[in-house]
Design a protein around this ligand. Structure first.
Ligand code: PEP
Length: 259
């Protein structure tokens, strides 16, 4: 079975006090064995979040990572620092970082490799813009991003990562991909993985959908056979909305590995 994973990307939001209050709400409503639940606060709130999460099954992730373990890289945060503060996951290649901070497929690959090296689970984001979708380039873009980020990985490394299909036109816009659009892209990604690393690896990798997931649309998306969870931005800032998404994942049919 592929265990569903719901991750909250808090982006550039929340003071320490607000972060603690949100985690208190999540501990009351999202502490489950049935789904892997992850929160990704901003760097400033990671230590506080780690403390607040003690005694719960909710796990901690970061929103970005640098590829070197230490050195003269002012402003960067290393994988060893993330492990030290209690992170087990890290988002890599989010479209906001690609768009606003010039991240390339190459830098995404370096970050992903560093995360794996230091035993962090990378959540690797890929997805097309609206112009690319309208020009029928979705699969070309996904192939380029997958090849660029994952191309050199071993089978064992591929099995340890999580992919997040996040169409750029759906992030923070309130316009989510339909369940059918999400399933189509996820099935394409899984097939690409299987062609590259074999059917077993293709079946094992979890693929989250991200882009305006909320309490109302989560169930339809999570019921799709290749949608193994969600990466949630805006709705992850409300314990109530996030808990409803986690519940939708608990209630979704299990994602059997078919072979
Ligand atoms: C995200 O930040 O990855 C995201 C999907 O944001 P939102 O849910 O707000 O669209």
């Amino acid at each position: 079975m592929r265990k569903p994973i719901i991750a909250g990307n808090w982006k550039c939001h929340l003071t320490l006090q607000e972060a603690s209050a949100l985690i208190a709400g999540l501990k009351d409503s999202c502490d489950t064995d049935a789904v892997e639940v992850v929160v990704c606060p901003p760097f400033t709130a990671l230590a506080t979040a780690a403390q607040s999460l003690k005694g719960s099954r909710i796990r901690l992730g970061a929103q970005d990572v640098f590829w070197e373990p230490h050195g003269a890289f002012t402003g960067e945060i290393s994988p060893t620092m993330l492990v030290d503060v209690g992170c087990r996951y890290v988002v890599v290649g989010h479209s906001e970082r690609r768009t606003h901070f010039g991240e390339s497929d190459q830098s995404v690959q370096r970050k992903l490799l560093a995360a794996l090296k230091y035993a962090l689970v990378p959540i690797v984001c890929i997805g097309e813009t609206l112009a690319e979708r309208d020009a029928n380039l979705t699969f070309n873009v996904l192939t380029r991003q997958l090849e660029g980020a994952l191309g050199t990985l071993s089978t064992d490394e591929v099995r340890r990562l999580i992919l997040a299909y996040e169409p750029v036109w759906a992030i923070g816009t309130g316009r989510n991909a339909s369940p059918g659009q999400a399933q189509e892209a996820h099935a394409f990604i899984r097939k690409w993985l299987a062609t590259r690393w074999g059917l077993e690896a293709g079946d094992a990798v979890r693929i989250q959908y991200g882009g305006s997931v909320n309490a109302a649309n989560a169930a339809g998306l999570l019921q799709q056979p290749d949608v193994d969870g969600a990466l949630v931005g805006g709705a992850s800032l409300s314990a109530e909305a996030f808990a409803a998404i986690v519940r939708a994942a608990v209630e979704a049919p299990s994602k059997a590995i078919t072979r």
